[in-house]
Each structure stands twice: as C-alpha cells, then as structure tokens.
Write a protein that binds this ligand. Structure first.
Ligand code: ATP
Length: 429
C-alpha cells in the first residue's frame, strides 16, 4: 500500500499578493496528475487569530494523500516549486514553509497544533516537534513558517469541523473589482441557510462571501457539508471566469481557538480566552463608539471591549450591570502604559443577572412630587411645599432587566473565521 503523506504549508502570502489556500488548490491538480490519491479534503486550518505577526486570517493548509514510494520525491519537488513560485518571497514578513509527515499523525503533533491555535508557540518548539516526530521541514526564508505548517498537519479535524468551497479568480481579473452577482448570493443564502453560514450580514445586507483584499479568492461558501457548499456554488453567479475551485475541510466556525482560562489573572496577551467573572463596572461608551466594562473574579480584573464594528452586539453589552455573571469570549490585547490587558469580545454568555438597583429621590409627603437634595447628608426638601426632611434617604428601586440569559454574538460581518455562529450551535460534529 502507498504511504500517506501529510504536507502542511504556511506563511506564503503578504497583504499585497497571494493566498496559501490558492497554492493548495494548484497542488490538488498537480498531485492528482502525478497519480497521488487524496485521503481527505484539503484542510484549511485557522491558527490563533491574535498573533501579532499574521498577515490576515492566520490560515495554514494541509494536504493528505497517498503516494507511491517512487513518486514521493517528485511530489515533494513539485510542492516546493509551486510554493516558491506563488509566495511573496520579497515581502519582509513572509517566511514560507513546507512540513511533511509520513504515516499516522501522532497525538504529540495534535497537541502542538492545539497550542498554535489557542496560544503562542516558539520556532524552537516547532523544531523540537519536527525532530521528535520525524517531520521534514523546508523553509524558503526565515523559520517562522514551520510553526503553522506543522500545526496544519496536527489539526486533523477529528472533532467539530465545517467546509468551505473557495472559487478563485483568473490572473487577468485579480486587480479589478470582483463581479459577483449580489442577487445570486441572496438566493443562495435563502436556499441553503442554515446549512451554509455567514453569506450575508443581516444588519447591513453586506455580502460576506467575497473578500475585499488583493488575493485570488473570488468567493468562499461556508457550510456544514460538502454537498451544501457545492449546491451554493451552483447558485452563485459571477460575471468573470472562475479559474478553479476547491472544497476545504476546516475549523472555520467551530470556536477551535477558544478555551476556558482558570482565572482572569491567567488571561495572557495575544491569546484567545474564555473568562468567567462578574461585571464590576457599568459599561460605558468611549469615543469611537466602543463599549467597555470591567470583569472581575477572585484573581483580578480585566477590561472587556465591544468595538464599534460589532454593531448591535454593543446594545446587549450596554445592558449589563454590576454583579452580572458572564463568560467573556475573545482575544487578549496586550496592555499599554495607560491601560491593562483588554479582552476584545467575540461573544458573551450571560449566566446570571444581578438585580439592577437604581436610587431615586424620595417623594414629598404633601404634594407627592420628587424632592431634591438639601445638600450632603442634609436630607431632602420640596421647594414647592417648603418642606425639609433631614432623615429622608434615597429610595432603592429594582429596575426590570432588559437582558435575558444566554449567548450574544456580534453580527456576522464582525466574526473571526473561527467564531462559531449562533446558527451552528447544536450542529457540532
Ligand atoms: P492567511 O492570510 O493565509 O489567512 P496569514 O497570512 O494571516 O494567513 P501567515 O502569513 O501564515 O498568516 O503568518 C502567520 C505566521 O505566524 C506564520 O509564520 C506562522 O507559522 C506563525 N504563527 C501562526 N500561529 C502562531 C502561533 N500561535 N504562535 C507562533 N507563531 C504562529
């Protein structure tokens, strides 16, 4: 039987050109022509979205295929040639890498992948993993790319996963605006939802299947299974040629990056985290429209931020009051001289509601109108009736809460690739 190879590829693109998924798409054809047999869909693995040195969505790919012994060296040569030809080698922050493992994926590589998806790993850890599990690594420039390339091999998507069909543009059209018919996307959304997700932003009507950058992607359709994304592709119309398309199996929309940290104090910068605590300051809106509140547990406190682009999500956040018990999901931004670390909210689960107590001035015993303060610790007075009551105190009133228990998410336009949308809850694999 032909041995199975797992080939991870990462860090090929830059903001000005390229896309690692496109390299995977080219290689699907090249390797098939060489006689290799794919044992899985190409995998598109999103890594920690909070690492500062990512280009865009911190994606890496893995191709898993059976290959006759005598063809392995020519398959590897082809892979390196295609990666080299399609990488932005001149860009200072691009460090393309290819990693190759033969045989089963050991649990030790999967554990390394989880670290790269949920935390920050060092090049020397990747090198140690490669040595321990006999992964051959080829770096075309610096070594950093091997972190993602090895992580792509180790995330075998045994748990929850989704699919994305990515259609690519021809080289002639790549610098012009994308010509995807918006009506056809609306129809695709109507006919395939909820088995596809994040096609359109319901709040703004914005089409989300088309990216905005100068990459070769025309559109990507995300969904629960290969059939539904293929059906979606059949409905979407474009007034430009599709050069090729590929269905990826991926950790998109699975919350793969989010794990509970034991306490607020252990929420470290550049990592995604789920932090449980009580709201300890009232949410307030700062210039720019961002909403901030403080979350506290026995170990300390952290600011949580719902940024302006999260739209209506901020309305839910504004309804929190001191004492509410919440789970905050998001990435930790490193503190500055002025502020501590901040958790940039991706979603929030309201687990228990505190009583919202507001204090009102007492009413006048004669006219029934609200009295005004007579000064600090001097009670209240009614100007109209000229009554003063030095013993009167503010009266606590329990205000009805407008917030229900449950999970709150920003609209899809503000989701990260990894964020599990509400429509996927209950559909986990
Ligand atoms: P894409 O545009 O394909 O979605 P990306 O381009 O945003 O992804 P890359 O260009 O691949 O990101 O750059 C990410 C770099 O960071 C790679 O070199 C990768 O090895 C490295 N990296 C990714 N995740 C981690 C992590 N958790 N710890 C350390 N390094 C990481």
């Amino acid at each position: 039987m032909s041995p199975v190879l797992h080939v991870g590829i990462d860090d090929t693109d830059s903001p000005r050109m390229g896309c690692t998924t496109y390299i995977a798409a080219l290689l699907v054809d090249e390797l098939t022509n060489l006689g290799c047999t794919f044992v899985d869909y190409p995998n598109l693995v999103r890594l920690n979205p909070n690492v500062p040195w990512k280009t865009r969505g911190n994606g890496a790919v893995c191709l898993r295929f059976a290959c006759d012994e005598e063809k392995i060296s020519s398959a590897m040569r082809t892979i390196v040639v295609i990666v080299k030809r399609n990488s932005d080698l001149a860009h200072k922050r691009t460090d393309p890498a290819v990693a190759c493992l033969r045989g089963e994926v050991p649990a030790g590589i999967t554990a390394f992948s989880k670290k790269v998806i949920r935390s920050v790993a060092a090049v020397r850890e990747a090198e140690k993993t490669a040595k321990k599990f006999k992964i051959s690594c080829i770096s075309l420039k610096g070594r950093r790319g091997i972190i993602g390339a090895i992580a792509a091999i180790g995330e075998t998507l045994q748990g929850d996963h989704t699919y994305e069909l990515i259609a690519y543009r021809t080289p002639q059209t790549r610098s012009s605006p994308r010509k995807v018919d918006p009506e056809s996307v609306l129809r695709m959304d109507r006919e395939t939802r909820p088995l596809t997700f994040n096609n359109i932003d319901p709040e703004t009507g914005r089409i989300l299947v088309t990216p905005r950058g100068r990459d070769p992607i025309l559109y990507g359709i995300r969904g629960e299974n290969p059939d539904i994304v293929l059906r979606g592709h059949g409905i979407v119309k474009a007034n430009e040629d599709v050069e090729r398309w590929v269905i990826f199996r991926t950790n998109h929309g699975t919350d793969d990056h989010l794990s509970q940290v034991p306490s607020v104090a252990e929420a470290l910068p550049h990592r995604p985290a789920v932090v449980t605590g009580k709201v300890s300051t009232m949410p307030h809106t700062i210039p720019g429209g961002h909403v901030i509140f403080e979350l506290r547990d026995g170990s300390g406190a952290i600011d949580c931020a719902a940024y302006e682009p999260t739209g209506s999500f901020r309305d839910a956040v504004r309804k929190l009051v001191v004492g509410d018990l919440v789970e905050a999901y998001g990435g930790i931004r490193k503190g500055t001289k002025k502020y501590g670390h901040t958790l940039n909210l991706e979603k929030i689960k309201v687990m228990d509601l505190a009583q919202d107590i507001r204090f009102e001035n007492p009413r006048c015993s004669k006219c029934g109108k609200r009295m005004e303060s007579a000064g600090r610790r001097q009670g209240f007075r009614c100007r109209k009736c000229r009554i003063e009551d030095t013993t009167a105190r503010k009266i606590p009133i329990a205000v009805e809460r407008e917030l229900a228990l449950g999970m709150y998410l920003p609209p899809p336009r503000a989701h990260r690739h990894l964020t599990k949308p509400i429509t996927r809850y209950g559909r986990e694999k």
